[in-house]
Design a protein around this ligand. Structure first.
Ligand code: DC
Length: 218
């Protein structure tokens, strides 16, 4: 049982995916953390994330099962920008494909299925997923959410910079040639611009239930 959840940066898909996985007793993989791990490793090596040859080499050497995905540095804005740069490289994407598909096919700890969230899960990684959600919100709403999150973490941020960064990442993610960010033809598009997290969660669960018959594990 595979559930694909895609969407742009700060759409709330990460939080939503974690909650859905916990509610339904499924494993969860945040596939963005794989690209972030590659971006951070390139930066740590003192190289440029836009250097395709270096990024591809780092991606091929990545061993996600070794705990690197839990590194807090992966959550930084530098990591996000670097991730979005390495993610345009086709060799990086293909190097990370096996790990994602194996996780989906054989979820860890004997879980009966998996929730994968990212940009291309419903279109490329798991096109046969039982349920596909595309979680989105207007770029202004997403920038506002991101600003709030940064301020809560005590990180100073300028609203216009956050909005510009968000637009730059959207453009890079949706305009790249390989596996661009877009809803699968058979995805359920959930626009959360005017929803709170509870409403988004309820709408997502209702859709997944209608596609799979899965309900809360109680
Ligand atoms: O979901 P995130 O913000 O952690 O993702 C970071 C970057 O990784 C994002 O800008 C694009 C890339 N990414 C991707 O290309 N494909 C995925 N399945 C997940 C993330």
């Amino acid at each position: 049982m595979i559930i694909a959840i895609d969407g742009p940066a700060a759409s709330g898909k990460g939080t939503l995916s974690k909650r859905i996985a916990a509610e339904l007793g499924l494993a969860h993989l945040d596939t963005g953390s794989l690209y972030r791990a590659v971006g951070v490793a390139v930066l740590r090596a003192g190289k440029d994330p836009a250097d395709a040859a270096v990024a591809a080499q780092v991606a091929r050497a990545l061993r996600p099962e070794d705990g690197i995905l839990a590194d807090p540095e992966l959550r930084s804005d530098e990591a996000a920008q670097a991730a979005s740069k390495v993610a345009v490289v086709p060799e990086v994407r293909s190097a990370l494909l096996d790990f994602q598909r194996t996780f989906a096919a054989v979820p860890p700890a004997g879980a009966p299925g998996a929730v994968l969230d990212g940009r291309d899960i419903g279109t490329v990684v798991c096109p046969d997923a039982a349920a596909k959600l595309f979680v989105t919100a207007s770029v202004e709403v997403r920038a506002e959410r991101r600003l709030k999150e940064l301020r809560e973490r005590g990180i100073p941020a300028i609203p216009s910079d956050v909005l510009e960064d968000m637009k730059a990442r959207d453009a890079r993610d949706s305009q790249r040639a390989v596996a661009p960010l877009k809803p699968a033809d058979d995805a359920f598009v959930l626009d959360t611009s005017a929803m709170n997290p509870e409403q988004a969660f309820a709408a997502a669960l209702a859709y997944i239930g209608s596609k799979t018959g899965l309900g809360p594990k109680r």
